[in-house]
Design a protein. Structure first.
Length: 200
């Protein structure tokens, strides 16, 4: 496939085909962990045909892996304009905004992810992590609702709910004055801790 893609790139002057060929090659390099080559091809694919935004997503991933979050955000914002309801893009951009300290923007995007696909635990937990330490009552309630939703998703998929989810949920319940819920959460956390200790 790589040879065919390379031939397509070299045998045409049509920018769309050359861009698509570069994109195919960069995906291969990216999958192989050859980040320097992947970066070069992503960049060229985007340069050859700027309306083709998938290379920008690849570049954003490369910057994310290098902890260059400002650059990652810049490319993700371009891709998000073209695909405003793509949960993968929204999730990554929300995570990047969180790392850049743009908490409000991050929460908005992660909640959009949950509205589009309610079963994405990572978006629910990401929301709780951003709001967990907030002194604002409303944000604490949103964090509680996100933890509860994540717990339900994990229970419905027979996934083990981590002890930390119950412990953090208990702390939040205490902050909003729900004593009975605090006790329930901490009991569940202790049970999970006991279960994981006996499994080891």
């Amino acid at each position: 496939m790589f040879t065919l893609t390379g031939n397509a790139f070299h045998s045409t002057t049509i920018s769309e085909i050359r861009s698509e060929s570069c994109y195919r090659m960069d995906r291969r390099f990216h999958a192989q962990g050859k980040c320097k080559d992947a970066y070069s091809y992503y960049f060229n694919a985007g340069r050859l045909f700027p309306k083709f935004v998938l290379p920008w997503f690849g570049l954003a991933q490369m910057y994310y892996e290098r902890n260059e979050f400002t650059e990652a955000a810049s490319y993700l914002e371009k891709v998000n304009k073209a695909y405003p309801e793509n949960v993968e893009i929204l999730s990554l951009l929300g995570d990047v905004y969180g790392k850049l300290g743009k908490k409000d923007n991050a929460v908005i995007l992660l909640r959009c992810v949950v509205e589009l696909e309610p079963g994405i635990v990572e978006a629910l937990i990401g929301t709780t992590e951003l709001l967990h330490g907030s002194p604002k009552w409303k944000e604490q309630i949103i964090a509680i609702a996100s933890y509860v939703a994540a717990e339900k998703v994990m229970n419905n998929t027979s996934e083990r709910v981590p002890m930390e989810v119950y412990a953090n949920l208990g702390v939040l319940q205490q902050r909003v004055g729900k004593t009975a819920d605090v006790i329930t959460c901490f009991k569940k956390a202790l049970k999970q801790l006991g279960d994981s200790s006996s499994a080891n």
